[in-house]
Design a binder for this molecule. Structure first.
Ligand code: FAD
Length: 276
């Protein structure tokens, strides 16, 4: 199906983009278009205007200092080649090369599809989202940025400017994605970031995606692991505890019961991979 008619706005700069978006409730920003255009074609949304972001320099590029500042327009392909801990591995298993070349991190997290991959590593790395509007910038922890299925903390006129990921020095990380076939959305996605000292876990964060309305932090699992050695037995207990954060629906990717079982399997797999 063709999308309904819309006006296409190419702003000169970010201020013009924010001004237009804020003064037109019926406008939407356009990044890679790989979620927005299908939604238009399916007539799920009918904005009167799309505001092109791809030319806006303020939203481009990756800066590395004590943390990584990833511009909203950075594509999944660019992130997959960036070497950013956990994010790079995750981006490399999003969809297929065509989608990775067009889709952006800003578009992905603004879309807030509960099946998307980035939320798990963004929780595991304790990332922040920098939001910009005419009123200035604000920084939001990722787990507060995602509100619900397809719902974020963004208001009309606000844009994701960048995603800030800590350098994760001394951490070992892994993302495990269970999918029906290469390039598909996750059935279950589990991200782990862990720091061990003298054989004992000193910090750990676990993010789960695709098994609830939004990505979840498996706090009970983290508590089981903290200040302990990563034995097979402990990993199994921690992986079982992660299932309490899963409330999946049965769909073409499997039954709710199967997905819950897979949360344990994939969490166990990720924890064994990060063990020294
Ligand atoms: P767009 O489609 O342009 O925009 C998406 C939404 O975000 C729109 O509402 C738009 O207005 C808003 N938006 C965009 N940028 C900003 C910004 N900077 N600030 C505020 N709002 C903004 N994703 C996965 O995670 N895993 C997968 O396995 C996967 N498989 C896919 C397979 C296919 C065939 C397709 C088509 C998509 C798949 N995706 C997958 C989704 C893909 O990653 C999208 O590219 C991504 O979700 C949206 O990014 P985009 O840049 O294309 O955003």
């Amino acid at each position: 199906m063709y999308p309904p008619k819309f006006g296409y706005v190419i702003p000169e700069n970010i201020h013009e983009a924010m001004e237009f978006l804020e003064s037109h409730d019926d406008s939407r920003p356009l990044a890679g278009g790989h979620s927005l255009i299908p939604m238009l074609k399916l007539r799920i949304i009918r904005p009167s205007y799309l505001v092109e972001l791809k030319t806006l320099k303020d939203l481009q590029g990756i800066k590395k200092g004590s943390e990584y500042r990833i511009g909203a327009l950075t594509t999944h392909y660019e992130i997959s080649k960036s070497g950013i801990p956990l994010l790079s591995q995750t981006a490399s298993v999003i969809a297929d090369p065509q989608v990775r070349n067009m889709g952006t991190i800003g578009g992905s997290i603004s879309n807030a599809d509960p099946l998307s991959d980035y939320p798990a590593p963004l929780i595991a790395t304790n990332a922040k989202v920098v939001v910009i509007s005419k009123r200035g910038e604000r920084s939001v922890p990722f787990d507060q940025f995602q509100k619900d299925m397809f719902t974020t903390d963004l208001s009309q006129g606000e844009l994701v400017k960048e995603v800030v990921v800590p350098a994760m020095d001394g951490y070992r990380t892994d993302y495990e994605k269970l999918e029906r076939k290469a390039g598909d959305y996750a059935i279950v996605g589990v991200a782990v970031a862990i720091k061990e000292e003298e054989g004992v876990v000193k910090d750990v964060r676990i993010g789960l995606t695709a098994v609830n309305n939004k990505a979840m932090r498996a706090k009970s699992s983290e508590e089981i692991l903290m200040n302990n050695a990563l034995s097979d037995d402990l990993i199994s207990k921690a992986a079982s505890a992660a299932v309490e954060y899963a409330n999946p629906s049965s769909d073409i990717r499997g039954s709710a019961e199967y997905k819950k079982k897979m949360v344990k399997v994939m969490t166990e797999r990720a924890l064994k991979k990060v063990r020294k």
